[in-house]
Design a protein around this ligand. Structure first.
Ligand SMILES: Cc1cc2nc3c(=O)[nH]c(=O)nc-3n(C[C@H](O)[C@H](O)[C@H](O)COP(=O)(O)O)c2cc1C
Length: 342
């Protein structure tokens, strides 16, 4: 018997063995997935989330307001309302206005302030088994650093999300997030202040080249990029000529922005290696899969929670069902599958 014969026999045995293995795997896949044991967990840098669905900042309060209707422990996590150095009363009413396929808001970043958050909200919140990400904003570099400094001393947070869609009062009101140098500066100081926890940076969609901004945030130490915030927009009543909001302009969110933000996620993915969290107009599990297919590692759900407070939980369930239907064990398998089919 020659070496080739031996190889032939071994390889025949091997292929029978492999076919058997595949059959076993298929049966296992079916049984395990029918038992609901699929793994939806994702790693965002060093942080592991139970699943890739988080509730978005400003649309889920401090989480507590939703705890009686949503099982917070079944979410990948949630991002708090934006937190500032001092409490902010916010914009005059009306703060919300529905538009075709979307919603306009001008809440004016109303919040209790970082100290009240730590003293009153966090002690209750930390009892839940979910990732709590604190959304941080400011109007100067010092504001951002101070908010993070207060949060660093508190227990129970999984990480920070830096909202850079705010005017820098020391630079004539230009948004931090519109300029790569300012992004590098604010992420750099926040990175130094945030020595204990992951730092996500939530990008502004109102930029000409999101890749440049994303690269700048990555190089300054961002652990993940959240893409993206709302789009400046307005709605008026032509009879009175007045804004439909208490403010003259607001931010547009909801299904209307999904195709625009989807492209931004794709552009960001091409520019950086840092994990991306996609959000903008997500309502259905297909929306989630589209964001994952263009390169997001996780997603956030914002405006959809207004129509259905359980939207995030429902989407986590729907994603489990997709895995079960396609007989996939992990999200990566399904992500690759959808990418391959695109
Ligand atoms: C009422 C409202 C308040 C928001 N407040 C914040 C905020 O405080 N900080 C922030 O980074 N984003 C805030 N956002 C933006 C959302 O987190 C999200 O980026 C945006 O709405 C797009 O997602 P969506 O289309 O799923 O709503 C707010 C959005 C809405 C609708």
């Amino acid at each position: 018997m020659t070496a080739w014969h031996v190889f032939g026999n071994v390889s025949a045995t091997l292929s029978t063995f492999c076919a058997g293995q595949w059959r076993v795997r298929a049966i296992l896949l079916y049984e395990v997935s029918s038992a609901g044991a699929v793994d939806l967990s994702v790693k965002i840098g060093a942080l592991r989330l139970r699943n890739p669905i988080l509730a978005a900042s400003g649309t889920f309060g401090y989480g507590l307001e939703f705890a009686h209707i949503v099982d917070l422990n079944r979410l990948g996590g949630f991002v708090t309302k934006g937190l500032s150095r001092e409490p902010i009363e916010g914009a005059p009413a009306p703060r919300l206005y529905p538009t075709p396929s979307g919603m306009l808001n001008a809440v004016g970043l109303q919040n209790v302030g970082v100290r009240a958050f730590v003293a009153e909200k966090l002690p209750v919140l930390r009892k839940f088994d979910t990732a709590i990400i604190a959304n941080v904003f400011g109007y100067t570099l010092e504001d951002y650093v101070e908010v993070i400094r207060v949060l660093e001393d508190a227990e129970g947070l999984a990480g920070y999300e830096l909202n850079v869609s705010c005017p820098n009062v020391k630079k004539g009101g230009m948004q931090f997030g519109n300029d790569p140098a300012m992004v590098a500066e604010v992420v750099g100081v926040a990175r130094k202040a945030a020595s204990k926890r992951p730092l996500w940076v939530k990008l502004s969609p109102l930029v000409t080249n999101i890749g440049l901004i994303a690269k700048s945030a990555e190089e300054a130490g961002a652990d993940a990029l959240t893409v993206a915030n709302t789009y400046p927009a307005m709605a008026i009543d032509f009879h009175s000529g007045k804004s439909r909001l208490g403010n003259s302009t607001g931010g547009l969110s909801g299904p209307a922005i999904k195709p625009i933000t989807l492209r931004l996620v794709w552009e960001t993915k091409k520019a950086v290696k840092t994990p991306i969290i996609g959000l903008g107009g997500i309502e259905t599990v297909e929306d989630v899969l589209e964001y994952l297919a263009v390169g997001a590692s996780a997603v956030q759900v914002g405006t959809a929670s207004f129509a259905d407070p359980r939207a995030s939980e429902r989407l986590a369930d729907a994603l489990t069902n997709v895995l079960e239907r396609t007989k996939a064990f992990t999200l990566n398998e399904i992500k690759d599958k959808f990418q391959a089919e695109n």
